[in-house]
Design a protein around this ligand. Structure first.
Ligand code: MN
Length: 506
């Protein structure tokens, strides 16, 4: 096999400079294989299809994924869109890479119907389908390049793809802590989904950026000096500009009052240790007056997605206000890459990446008590995002105790069933159409009279199976039955039925 386009491979290796020679061999082999599998195939843009695979691989290298994941990124369309077969892949690259490619293909079939209410379930389905979290990561890298080339797609398809990216992919990448991806995915979708707001925010950002960058560079220079005076020399300073979509969300929250937004640009100080973080905070506060109420210690109190850092907003003395973020290198890595840094490149040993991530996480939650007793290392593995993912929507969260919700529902196995429109509803195993109806809408639960499962009439107490399509029959004047309590599995249904009868007795 001859490599026709060596440039792509060199570009991948330039980014994935952390790979050793054996690992590079795997990537090179996948590169050649994919180039052959997509020979003569073109993308909508007229470019060779193969470019899509090189770009996907580069996206994966950018977040420091291991060689097998990069290889799978190169191969991810070779069965579905190229001429290769699953058997060939398995034979050439072994089970693990073939498994990753197969997962990406399956994930491509997860249906998105655009109903905001069911987005949480769809996210869970996405993760459950992934099995190995690297599958989801490849899918993000794939989607990222598709978004970068979205202008070549038919106009009527653009909005659907961009909305899906904004509703599902970007928030999920964010939950997984892969902010490098989520930021790009959001910013690329934004102009398609909210074109007017995009233009407005773009103008704001343009003006603010110029002012901020000048001031930031000045502040960084002065901070460097102050830190050196106190003997802190081993640190990195940098700044980041807020993503345009993230700015838009914040502007909406602050009723478009630009004066209430201090973090359009922020200084970052990356140090070696946690004590140094607090030391740096002290030095900064001695030299710049901090703004009251703006000191946030996410080291002591990490964000739900695991984010750690100290934020403070200070007056720069020349009429300016600047946000400063202080963190260790590990925290920085975690903040940018999140889960990808756990399953990504680990040098010679890469054991973690081989685990069944989803299973592992659910197991971890099952034995929460044991884990608390164990050491900090395992404690750290209790990734917060899946916990958040496990929580049902905001509204259910406020009305139920989290403990029961997590204990009784989520940590049991879940099934994913569909409405006739293809919306996905996730339920605990052994759930019934009654549970399903209550998950769709409280009133539907109260008024249910019958159910069609996969087109056939079934008792409303029938146990549902993964993938069932459920259609609920209801009557306006129907009433719930106390006996249902013997069949329902979800806390939501139990609670609502009980409260219905409590109210009626009164
Ligand atoms: Mn693709």
């Amino acid at each position: 096999m001859i490599i026709k386009n060596k440039k792509g491979l060199e570009e991948i290796f330039e980014i994935a400079n952390y790979l050793n020679n054996d690992e590079k061999k795997i990537v090179k082999k996948a590169y050649e294989f994919a180039e052959n599998a997509h020979k003569d195939q073109k993308r909508k843009s007229g470019e060779p299809y193969f470019i899509h695979l090189v770009e996907t691989a580069k996206n994966l290298a950018n977040i420091k994924m291991d060689a097998k994941t990069i290889a799978a990124g190169l191969l991810h369309d070779s069965v579905e869109d190229g001429v290769a077969t699953e058997e060939e892949l398995k034979k050439e690259f072994g089970g693990e890479i073939a498994f990753l490619v197969d997962g990406v293909t399956k994930l491509g079939k997860v249906r998105y119907q655009g109903m905001k209410r069911h987005n949480e379930s769809l996210k869970k389905l996405f993760i459950a389908t992934s099995k190995d979290i690297r599958v989801a990561i490849i899918k993000f890298a794939d989607r990222l390049h598709n978004m970068q080339t979205l202008e070549h797609v038919k106009p009527e398809k653009r909005l659907r793809i961009a909305t899906e990216t904004l509703d599902i992919y970007a928030p999920l990448a964010y939950r997984l802590g892969i902010t490098t991806f989520s930021k790009q995915l959001e910013d690329l979708s934004f102009p398609y989904v909210y074109p007017e707001a995009y233009e407005k925010v773009k103008q704001i950002l343009k003006i603010r950026k110029k002012q901020s960058v000048y001031r930031l560079e000045k502040v960084i220079k002065s901070i460097k000096k102050k830190l050196a005076e106190k003997g802190i020399i081993n640190f990195i300073t940098t700044y980041r500009i807020k993503g345009i979509f993230s700015l838009y969300k914040k502007l909406k929250r602050k009723k478009w009052d630009l004066n209430k937004i201090y973090d359009i640009a922020a200084v970052r100080i990356i140090v070696k240790s946690v004590p140094e973080c607090y030391q740096v905070l002290g030095i900064i506060h001695q030299n710049y007056r901090p703004m009251p109420g703006r000191i946030k210690d996410y080291i002591a109190f990490p964000k739900p997605n695991g984010y750690q850092s100290i934020h403070t907003t200070v007056f720069t003395g020349d009429g300016g206000i600047v946000e400063i973020q202080i963190r260790t290198e590990e925290m920085h890595q975690e903040a940018e890459l999140g889960v990808a840094s756990h399953v990504g490149y680990k040098g010679e040993t890469n054991k973690d990446a081989k685990m069944d991530w989803f299973e592992k996480l659910t197991n971890i939650f099952k034995s929460k008590k044991e884990i608390e007793a164990e050491n900090k290392k395992i404690e750290k593995e209790k990734i917060t995002w899946i916990k958040e993912l496990a929580e049902t929507s905001q509204e259910t969260k406020t009305e139920t105790k989290l403990d029961t919700e997590l204990g009784d529902d989520f940590f049991e196995h879940r099934i994913f069933v569909f409405t006739p429109n293809g919306d996905v509803i996730d339920l605990p195993e052994h759930s019934t159409p009654i549970d399903f109806a209550f998950m769709v809408h409280t009133d539907l639960g109260f008024k249910i009279t019958g159910a069609k499962i996969n087109g056939d009439f079934k008792a409303i107490t029938t146990e549902l199976k993964n993938g069932d399509v459920v259609e609920i029959e209801f009557k306006k004047n129907a009433e719930p039955n106390l006996k249902w309590l013997n069949f329902v599995k979800t806390n939501t249904a139990k609670r609502k039925i009980k409260s219905y009868f409590e109210k009626r007795e009164k």
